[in-house]
Design a protein around this ligand. Structure first.
Ligand code: KG4
Ligand code: ZN
Length: 337
């Protein structure tokens, strides 16, 4: 019989629980978002997130078990995100996992949230090590060479905002709805990406580090210049700004990915995170992989964005390598891979 693990995730603004088998079968995956709770504040409010996790976690776990058809006694272990993330939420998940482990005697495995994302291609597609992973979401942006389930090499990442965060902020600047990524992408479809000369930050510097906050400021300046000159933005102005911004992000991600692939020479490029849903960005990355002689993999979006199936899976991989955490497992707000 294959192993089966319960996974618990509560490090940002999604409360999630899942049951996954060691052969990669996802028996259940429940995700309860909190977008509406934070919408009025223009960002995730840590105290509100922590309280919502506390309220929703029990229910998510019960639901995940129910949908899986398994009882706690049928499981082989409990995996929980122990960081990095908002510490209130991380602690809520860790405490629940400890309670379950103590009550059932099941082994407890603390998982790094980034390892969860980074190992997802093995859950969905059984890929072999090594591979290059690009995580691009609202909270993450980094290149990882994944050598083993416990060996990650970071090649670079953003030194300020994540691209998703930049999409969200640009949407806000232009009066578009949240989440900003899909809204900006939709506007960009009818825009001219060449009309505004927006910067490609850090492309002139070697290495794989990226920066996106200056790009957002450049959009703000272009918007204000237009508004000052014409008293407002036309529909076309907005579409052109969105197209220019999206092209700048895509260019930076593509060029830095080209460098990361050249450095690692891995046979596969995998991408994860909400921003990987962007058609232009995804097509550019796919082209970079092809040019570099590498395969390209983007797992289904529901497994690329925050979820607990990836945590259960990362827990299974760590468990197979011998990891066991006792009641001393502590949540960590910062935890580089
Ligand atoms: O991975 P994710 O669901 O959550 C975390 O950040 O953890 O990513 C959400 C981010 C948001 O910033 C959203 O605006 C962005 O991904 N996003 C997109 C698109 N769809 C979602 N960005 C660009 N283009 C899209 N189509
Ligand atoms: Zn995440």
């Amino acid at each position: 019989m294959a192993l089966s693990f319960l996974g618990i995730e509560s490090s940002c603004d999604d409360t999630a629980a899942a049951v996954v088998r060691g052969d990669g079968t996802i028996l259940s995956s429940v995700v309860a978002g909190q977008t509406e709770l934070h919408a009025a504040f223009g960002g995730v409010v840590p105290e509100i997130a922590a309280r919502a996790h506390t309220e929703k976690l029990d229910h998510c776990v019960e639901e995940a078990l129910h949908l899986s058809g398994l009882r706690l006694a049928d499981l082989d272990g409990v995996a929980v995100t122990a960081g990095p993330g908002l510490i209130g939420g991380v602690m809520a998940g860790v405490m629940l996992a400890k309670g379950i482990a103590a009550g059932t005697g099941l082994p407890l495995v603390g998982v790094n949230h980034l390892a969860g994302h980074a190992l997802t291609p093995r859950l969905t597609d059984r890929v072999e090590f090594p591979y290059l992973m690009l995580l691009v979401s609202g909270g993450h942006c980094q290149f990882l060479r994944v050598d083993a389930a416990d060996a990650f090499h970071r090649l670079g990442g953003t030194i300020d905002d994540a691209p998703g965060e930049a999409f969200d902020k640009v949407a806000k600047l232009l009066g578009l709805p949240q989440p900003g990524g899909p809204a900006v992408e939709a506007e960009a479809a009818s825009g001219d990406p060449a009309r505004f000369a927006l910067p490609r930050p850090l492309l002139d510097r070697p290495g794989c580090d990226m920066s996106f906050s200056g790009l957002k400021t450049a959009v703000l300046r272009a918007r204000d210049d237009l508004a000052a000159a014409r008293g407002g933005l036309s529909r076309q102005d907005r579409a052109d700004l969105c197209a220019g911004f999206q092209a700048a992000i895509a260019d930076v991600l593509a060029e830095k990915t080209r460098r990361a692939l050249a450095q690692t020479r891995t046979p596969l490029l995998a991408v994860a995170g909400g921003v990987a849903a962007n058609a232009r960005i995804r097509a550019d990355l796919e082209q970079v992989a092809q040019d570099g002689g590498a395969g390209f993999l983007a797992p289904p979006l529901r497994l690329c964005t925050d979820n607990a199936a990836m945590i259960a899976w990362a827990g299974i991989e760590a468990f197979r390598l011998g990891q066991r955490d006792g009641m001393a497992l502590a949540g960590r707000p910062r935890w580089p891979l």
